[in-house]
Design a protein around this ligand. Structure first.
Ligand code: ZN
Length: 279
């Protein structure tokens, strides 16, 4: 049966700078241009962070509003996913953009270690972010840095804190968190299918050189794939990635290899249970 692959492009993130790779889009205009090229290449979800002029991470709702507006204008149909991740702010400032009612927002439901610090997601903040997403009609994407995060999503779905069947992203290869381990990856898939149904869609992201590894595992296992400069700025050991679109093209090539069509934005919205077009 045909199973189109949704490609998510994480365009900017909160860490990589121009000094790491000049292709990292920082200003809103650069972000819209980079996303547009990635959309043309086959990406249908844009996972977005915003930055200040000095490239430091921001959680300013006005910046998010400008980016969302630019993407809706220049990439019509593309799914806009705003990050509520913990590097761009503390506490409830992380969810200050949710009243903008983007199609989706990322939601971390538990804590873990990051390369140099603790990624703190205390229970009261997780509950608050989920409540904001529910009240503004924003579909969460559960960022699973650990197996327990998948089971926490199940608990939150059972309690009605998450309205739709959870859509989980497996994040592997973050230093000091879950490495890119194939047996764990397989168990993540098994767990998603056991808790959310055999047809439950899921996605995977790998950090740094693990990006292409996770792309391969996800596309060949029937999942959806995340790529982009947020997670990885290189094509290989010696070459920087020239653009987000180039990283998307690597996933498109894997889809060809494993004979999966690349999802159109209409198919992506149907698979994720989103409204056909952005309101
Ligand atoms: Zn992110």
């Amino acid at each position: 049966m045909e199973n189109p692959c949704i490609i998510c492009v994480a365009i900017t993130g909160s860490l990589p700078r121009k000094a790491d790779n000049p292709a990292v889009p920082i200003t809103i205009a650069e972000q819209v241009e980079s996303t547009h090229a990635a959309f043309e290449a086959g990406a249908t979800i844009a996972h977005c962070h915003v930055r200040n002029e000095d490239e430091t991470p921001s959680s300013d709702p006005e910046k998010f509003a400008a980016l969302k507006e630019g993407l809706e204008k220049h990439c019509p149909g593309m799914i806009v996913q705003l990050s509520t991740g913990g590097r761009s702010g503390a506490g409830q400032t992380r969810g200050g953009m949710l009243p903008l009612r983007p199609d989706m927002a990322s939601l971390s439901v538990g804590s873990n270690n990051f390369p140099t610090r603790v990624y703190e997601n205390p229970p009261d903040l997780v509950d608050w972010l989920a409540g904001e997403m529910r009240s503004h009609g924003v579909k969460p994407e559960i960022e699973a840095f650990d197996l327990s995060h998948i089971l926490k999503a199940k608990e939150m779905w059972d309690k009605g804190q998450i309205v739709d069947r959870p859509y989980v992203q497996f994040v592997m290869g973050v230093k000091n968190a879950m490495p890119a381990d194939r047996e764990v990856f397989n168990y993540y898939i098994q767990t998603v299918h056991r808790l959310f149904g055999a047809d439950a869609p899921w996605c995977a992201a790998g950090i740094g050189p693990n990006q292409i590894v996770l792309n391969d595992w996800a596309v060949s296992s029937g999942g959806h794939a995340r790529t982009g400069l947020e997670d990885n700025v290189r094509l290989d050991k010696t070459r920087l990635a020239p653009s987000n679109a180039t990283l998307v093209q690597r996933v498109v090539a894997l889809c060809e290899k494993y004979e999966r069509p690349v999802a159109t934005w209409r198919q992506a919205r149907a698979i994720l249970g989103l409204k056909p077009v952005s309101a």
